[in-house]
Design a protein around this ligand. Structure first.
Ligand code: MN3
Length: 201
């Protein structure tokens, strides 16, 4: 077994009241688990043993099952870590400095990211990425695509990933995606963003 199904880094109810325990439990144990199981089955069938990030970077060579389920597997690992019960507030550290440098102030950044998440049509993810010029950018991808994939337009290393599929918020927020996005700002994990930013900058 080359691929691991990582434990959720906190309990299902740790992000209450911003993200509810039932949503977290179903999202992790059903949705994420299904992506993982289907990806490992497809990987076995297609003799794929590369690191998941390498698979993503070469995803055009593989089946739709690898793109959709490998993407789902990878994206949710980024997403769980992009949230924290100790998160929220203004960005700190090097990522805070880099956001200030690029956007001038946190509210501007927040507005652009919120807009990307709110206006993304249908299912997908909003991302803060570090592109190949080592610049921060905000982007979104459809379905389970991500910025590592060779099939997407705006490529880069994910620094934060935010799931805007209805399954991520419908139980608590129903059709109110903007309320779910507001909730994200209370739990966004700047420590993780700093860790990834410093890894790839
Ligand atoms: Mn999801």
């Amino acid at each position: 077994m080359t691929y691991a199904f990582a434990e959720l880094p906190y309990s299902f109810d740790a992000l209450e009241p911003h993200i509810d325990a039932q949503t977290m439990e179903i999202h992790y144990t059903k949705h994420h688990n299904a992506y993982f199981t289907k990806f490992t089955a497809a990987a076995e069938k297609e003799n794929i043993t590369d690191d998941i990030t390498t698979v993503m970077a070469n995803v055009s060579k593989y089946s739709g099952a690898v793109r959709n389920n490998g993407g789902g597997y990878y994206n949710h690992e980024i997403f769980w870590n992009s949230l924290s019960p100790n998160g929220g507030g203004a960005p700190t550290g090097d990522i805070g400095d880099a956001i200030m440098k690029k956007w001038g102030d946190f509210d501007k950044f927040k507005e652009e990211f919120t807009n990307a998440a709110a206006t993304h049509f249908g299912s997908g993810f909003a991302w803060l990425i570090l592109n190949s010029n080592k610049e921060l950018e905000i982007t979104s991808t459809p379905n389970q695509d991500n910025p590592l994939m060779d099939v997407v337009e705006k490529k880069g290393q994910p620094i934060l990933g935010f799931d805007v599929w209805e399954h991520a918020y419908y139980l608590k927020y129903q059709n109110r995606r903007p309320d779910y996005i507001n909730a994200f700002w209370n739990v966004v994990n700047w420590d993780y963003a700093n860790q990834r930013f410093n890894q790839f900058k």
